[in-house]
Write a new protein. Structure first.
Lengths: 112, 291
């Protein structure tokens, strides 16, 4: 366990060196043409990170057009802060059968 | 040359003499005055892609263009059926414009969904202007063939889509074309349900196909799926094209679509360009690979 924590700290430090702060909110990983987790519930004000771990480009594009990551290459990340409660369905503009949803509500979600 | 100029020139073919502007801007009688209509399709260059399936997509596009430019009988035109770029980035559009600008033959470039990732198709059209006065889809006539270029990537929420504006335009466009005239249709995404599970279809494509059903001979040429698949429905013959970048799996032969990494020597055997010759209305296609 100690080793694991140390490794996490080292990884976090490495991340910090690459100019972007390590993700504070939840992270959705894009892998094998799917969003993991495909359904995420968060509290208002949460910043959700999306990371493309796949060997193909993808996007995170809101059905209601309120957000769009543009093209995410393999290894690219993108984040969006969800301020208002609601259900935000999104899809991949390159592979529209890839679908995900972020549910924003005051209670029961991951705290920002 | 600018696509608008080219389209202006191919519009002069009513007298049976075709003219084209060379890359150097000199007007000359084109080779297509004798013989049958002859053009070339290239597709899916994905400039900016860098993964093992093809670490040098600019190199394979250059090689493709080199082979086309070396042909002794130059085509009437070369059409790129979309996905010039991988991620719609400015430098990827720049490179595409620069490389495709080296083709000797007049060149038409249509968008793919990978060219629409930076807030729609505006950046694409800034680099590859649509025929002036159109919404991006247009038609022209040359050597007795009616050519139609469609756009099915501007609304990609579920799958390829043409939309009612474009379908209405197509109906009006085809109304004035004799049924005996050969029709060639271009679009990035296949117009029929080739493999909907992977999005390889156009949601409202059947509406366009029903408008084409009354013609004697229709050829529909697409890209998007990075492999040659031919299909016939009545009078309509479909053919998708190889990419210049990398192959994708055959429909359903992998868990998901996406770049298929082959050994480098095998890659060159599945990417390249396609020649299309029209004989009495029927298209003869020949797929030429780089290896």
């Amino acid at each position: 366990m100690k080793t694991l924590i140390l490794a996490s700290l080292v990884l976090a430090a490495l991340g910090a060196n690459q100019a972007t702060a390590p993700p504070a909110g939840p992270t959705v990983h894009i892998k094998d043409f799917a969003y993991h987790a495909a359904t995420l519930t968060v509290a208002p004000g949460t910043t959700v990170h999306f990371v493309n771990d796949d060997g193909e480009a993808h996007t995170v594009t809101a059905v209601n057009k309120s957000f769009d990551s543009a093209g995410l290459d393999n290894g690219d990340g993108w984040k969006h802060t969800f301020t208002k409660p609601g259900t935000y369905a999104y899809f991949c503009a390159l592979h529209p059968y890839m679908k995900g949803v972020v549910i924003v509500r005051a209670t029961g979600g991951t705290k920002p | 040359m600018k696509r608008g100029d080219f389209l202006g020139h191919v519009g002069w073919t009513g007298a049976g003499i075709a003219y084209a502007l060379t890359a150097g801007g000199i007007v000359r009688a084109a080779d297509m005055t004798s013989g049958d209509p002859y053009f070339i399709q290239i597709s899916d260059s994905h400039l900016g892609f860098h993964l093992p399936a093809n670490p040098d997509v600019a190199g394979t596009l250059k090689k493709t263009i080199g082979l086309i430019n070396a042909l002794p009988n130059q085509p009437s035109f070369v059409i790129h059926t979309g996905d010039v770029t991988h991620l719609s980035k400015p430098e990827q559009f720049d490179l595409g414009k620069q490389l495709l600008g080296t083709l000797k033959a007049p060149t038409i470039v249509l968008p793919g969904e990978h060219d629409a990732l930076a807030g729609g198709l505006k950046p694409f059209y800034a680099n590859f202007p649509a025929k002036s006065g159109t919404d991006g889809w247009f038609s022209w006539e040359a050597q007795g063939v009616h050519y139609v270029a469609l756009v099915n990537v501007f609304d990609f929420e579920n799958m390829g889509k043409l939309g009612n504006d474009q379908l209405g335009w197509l109906q009006r466009d085809l109304a004035g074309v004799p049924k005996s005239r050969p029709v060639v249709v271009f679009a990035h995404v296949p117009l029929y349900a080739l493999y909907p599970e992977w999005g390889w279809t156009t949601e409202d494509g059947s509406k366009a196909l029903s408008m084409l059903a009354g013609f004697d001979a229709v050829t529909v040429l697409n890209g998007h799926i990075h492999q040659v698949i031919e299909h016939t429905e009545g009078n309509i013959r479909f053919a998708t094209a190889n990419a210049t970048a990398y192959p994708q799996p055959s429909p359903g032969k992998a868990p998901k679509p996406g770049p298929l990494a082959l050994p480098p020597d095998q890659l060159l055997h599945v990417i390249g360009y396609r020649t299309i010759e029209m004989h009495a209305g029927n298209a003869t296609t020949h797929n030429v690979t780089l290896g």
